[in-house]
Design a protein around this ligand. Structure first.
Ligand code: GLC
Length: 549
């Protein structure tokens, strides 16, 4: 197999481009059920125009890398016009492209090129809140208290004698109160509006029929342009309990909080998803939606996956599991049991969480564990979401200088929490100096010097690299075919061992000591050293292996 990871640009014609099945609106039924979906955090993927920020032309040029890696689809984070108060999750216009990232033509070209390479394209929809620069919010401010344009958001009078206190005690996910007070047109202090995230992200009122209607139109707008689906941001947040009750305590919601709160996981949201499913199903070629929903347990999550609702939901329980065979096993069992007829999905990293090699302890040990966890994930039945850079084994960059930090969490927390920039450092592609081929200009966040050894270029040339482990795993996974059922195999307590109906078995040694397992079959891939003896095999510490039965 060739490893043309770095070929890109217009002159390129890779084997994958020539032979990959072009997507023409058909494809196998339920393509998403065992798909590997690669998350592109667009600001940090590849910079085509040299302004230091990743963009759509940069992404287009690098798509062959993703086809070569073996991804089935990409999910692109928001590229819409935005003041970037939250990295683009503050959308000022849902049907355009921010000049920072290109224009609609660049978008169309990117989709066409992706489809030509056999890659489906999922885009990020942000329905819980708009930007405060959205036309609707300007109209709401101008309308004054009681004005119909305020109905699209959640405005309330304050409490206290002069309305000087917020309407309730809800807290913003990013820190501080979830309410901000506006100044009315006549200059007097006025009503308060709800923002579960930054003040620049006012929450929409999903009980307003116009809001609902316009979003349905936005779905169609992008489906008509050929997108294969949507990732739904804060899918559990759109409806708030109507009477807006106090929670009664502080320290309520972090980004990853799954507690029951009056602003998360309200039943009314499911009606919207039923409507969206009907829209998706009215297009050819199995368009899908995946929910970002931080909910208390796998059972609540399964409600988003009922047959007439969404296709998938991120399985954050898997991402949250500690490094132990027991925890992994419990999460895997619960997830499979709860998803029922929908296929389970698995994820270890994304743009909101600390990269998994760092979560698992960092350094050599963190990387060893991360590589093993990845092989476990990719052997499980269902689909897997990869986050850009995990295929390079990148760690969280924990020591970014304070003056470059952009995540609103940094300021909102009174500079006590650094936020998520550490997992958003632009990708190292090639060369020996920052920004390592990310683009012609200085990147918006600096890459550490030691990433020179981790560039895609350096790793493509090294058969023992993490990049090659990922591409080998994805190639084998495609060859063997996605599994459905799963059987646990007998193994010592610190070893997770399972086999799928597709004939692929996986053994993961979670301990810091070598572990012996009965030989499950023929060794096809391993994340570290594996010694095969007559009837058994010895897995090095924190190592996973794949076996063909
Ligand atoms: C989601 C996104 C996150 C963003 C938040 C508010 O959780 O993944 O990046 O900050 O929504 O839109």
């Amino acid at each position: 197999m060739t490893h043309d990871f770095l070929d890109h640009g217009e002159t390129m014609t890779t084997t994958s481009e020539a032979t990959a099945p072009e997507i023409i609106g058909g494809g196998p039924p339920g393509w998403w059920k065992d798909a590997v979906i690669y998350q592109v955090y667009v600001r940090s993927f590849a910079d085509g125009d040299g302004d230091g920020v990743g963009d759509l032309p940069g992404l287009s040029a690098r798509l062959p890398y993703l086809a070569e890696l073996g991804a089935d689809a990409i999910w692109i984070t928001p590229f819409y016009p935005s003041p970037m108060a939250d990295g683009g999750y503050d959308v000022a216009d849902y049907r355009g492209v921010d000049p920072l990232f290109g224009d609609l033509q660049d978008f169309d070209r990117m989709v066409e090129r992706a489809h030509g390479l056999g890659l489906r394209v999922i885009i990020d929809l942000v329905p819980n809140h708009t930007s405060d620069r959205h036309r609707w919010f300007a109209e709401a401010l101008a309308a004054g208290p009681g004005g119909p344009a305020r109905q699209r958001y959640i405005f309330r009078p304050g409490r206290g004698a002069a309305g000087e206190l917020p309407p309730n005690d809800w807290e913003s996910v990013f820190g501080g109160p979830a309410w901000s007070r506006v100044t009315e047109a006549d200059g007097t202090p006025g009503e308060w509006y709800l923002h579960l995230f930054a003040p620049e992200q006012p929450d929409l009122n999903w009980r307003d029929p116009e809001v609902r209607g316009v979003f349905a139109g936005t779905l169609r707008f992008w489906l008509d342009r050929g997108v294969d689906g949507f990732r739904i941001d804060v899918a559990h947040g759109m409806f708030k309990q109507e009477d807006l009750p106090d929670v009664g305590r502080t320290g309520q919601a972090g980004l990853l909080t799954t507690d029951r709160l009056p602003y998360w996981d309200q039943d009314e949201v499911h009606d919207v998803y039923r409507e969206w499913r009907r829209i998706l199903d009215s297009y050819p070629g199995e368009r899908i939606a995946v929910a970002e929903a931080w909910v208390p347990n796998a059972r609540r999550l399964a409600r988003y996956l009922r047959p007439d609702e969404l296709h998938q939901a991120f399985n954050f329980d898997f991402l949250s599991a500690g490094w132990s065979a027991g925890e992994f096993r419990t999460v895997i069992e619960d997830s499979i049991a709860a998803t029922g007829d929908a296929a389970p999905s698995w994820v270890l990293s994304n743009h909101d969480v600390v990269r998994h090699p760092t979560r698992y302890g960092g350094g050599g040990r963190g990387l060893r564990r991360a590589r093993a966890a990845t092989l476990a994930m990719l052997a499980l039945p269902g689909s897997a979401y990869l986050y850009q850079g995990e295929e390079l084994g990148l760690e969280e960059v924990a020591d970014l200088p304070e003056e470059v930090l952009q995540d609103p969490i940094w300021e909102r927390s009174g500079r006590t929490e650094r936020g998520r920039d550490g997992c958003r450092v632009p990708l190292p592609w090639s060369g020996g100096r920052p920004p390592f081929g990310f683009g012609p200009g200085e990147a918006w966040l600096p890459a550490p010097a030691h990433w020179r050894a981790l560039t895609a270029e350096a790793q493509a040339a090294d058969p023992s690299s993490t990049l090659r482990l990922y591409s080998d795993a994805l190639r084998l996974r495609r060859e063997i075919g996605g599994g459905t059922g799963l059987t646990w195999l007998a193994a010592p307590p610190s070893v997770l061992a399972f086999a799928g109906e597709n004939g692929l078995a996986c053994t993961v040694n979670f301990s810091g000591e070598p572990a012996e397992v009965a030989l499950p079959g023929e060794l096809v891939l391993a994340s570290g050293a594996v010694e095969v003896r007559d009837s058994h095999a010895v897995l090095a510490p924190e190592t996973a292996a794949w076996w063909r039965l």
